[in-house]
Design a protein around this ligand. Structure first.
Ligand SMILES: Nc1ncnc2c1ncn2[C@@H]1O[C@H](COP(=O)(O)OP(=O)(O)O)[C@@H](O)[C@H]1O
Ligand SMILES: Nc1ccn([C@@H]2O[C@H](COP(=O)(O)OP(=O)(O)O)[C@@H](O)[C@H]2O)c(=O)n1
Length: 212
């Protein structure tokens, strides 16, 4: 089974993806890390983020060993990701890695922006996670402070809105729910509540299948 999770910045995709994967014994891929790693590779080498050729080159030479680098979690890496991810050839270079990951047994949960629409259009279950932007900014600020970083909630909110706007309006693989995605608004749910709601969706889809 493939579970696709998409949604805007800091909506809780990764948290949910990890928990669903654990619940079902599947593997989990946070696809945002791929784009963050591309953006970060350019920052590290002092290359302009609008340099498409270098961004494609970085995407083609990513090393999954580096996906755990804590520097990828920063706002700077997120912003860089949002710029380089708009290049169609960067997306193309990362496509096979994601599809292979999705297809390996015993099953996979992938989270990102275009999993249900482009990477895994035939995913068994698609969930589009949303939350009020102010709630998302508060959670992300708490997260950054928890890592010991200085974070201002108003600036985090502005960053989230700017990134969502860019991701929604790019011509290739824009952020949007797949037509057959289930909407999950976790603005008023804690993490456990969000996980339960997601499991309910997966189980409802499975039960529906068994009846056919
Ligand atoms: N339902 C929730 N209630 C409270 N905090 C949440 C909830 N879902 C996620 N979070 C927190 O919000 C922050 C962003 O979640 P994350 O899973 O990283 O989002 P995304 O992968 O969409 O960027 C994290 O600090 C996470 O612990
Ligand atoms: N499948 C994906 C995942 C991320 N991205 C891009 O990468 C950026 C960072 O993604 P992320 O999922 O790590 O961001 P957060 O929601 O964790 O803040 C996004 O703003 C998108 O521009 C994408 O284009 N497609």
């Amino acid at each position: 089974m493939i579970i696709a999770i998409d949604g805007p910045a800091a909506s809780g995709k990764g948290t949910l993806g990890k928990r669903l994967a654990k619940h079902y014994g599947y593997r989990h891929l946070d696809t945002g890390v791929l784009y963050r790693a591309v953006g970060f590779a350019l920052i590290e080498r002092g290359i302009d983020l609008n340099n498409e050729i270098e961004a494609v080159h970085a995407a083609e030479s990513l090393d999954p060993e580096h996906f755990g680098n804590p520097a990828l979690k920063t706002q700077q890496a997120g912003d860089a990701a949002s710029i380089v991810s708009a290049f169609p050839r960067v997306r193309e270079a990362l496509l096979n890695f994601q599809r292979h990951f999705a297809e390996e047994p015993p099953g996979a949960v992938l989270d990102g922006r275009d999993i249900g629409t482009v990477i895994c259009p035939d995913a068994d279950v698609k969930i589009y996670v949303v939350a009020d932007p102010v709630v998302r900014a508060r959670r992300r600020t708490l997260e950054a402070k928890g890592r010991g970083e200085a974070a201002d909630e108003a600036l985090v909110l502005a960053d989230i809105l700017k990134r969502d706007e860019r991701d929604q309006n790019r011509p290739v693989a824009p952020l949007k729910p797949a037509e057959d995605a289930y909407l999950l608004d976790n603005s008023n749910l804690d993490i456990e509540g969000g996980v339960r709601a997601a499991i309910d969706i997966v189980e409802a889809v499975r039960a529906g299948r068994q009846r056919v």
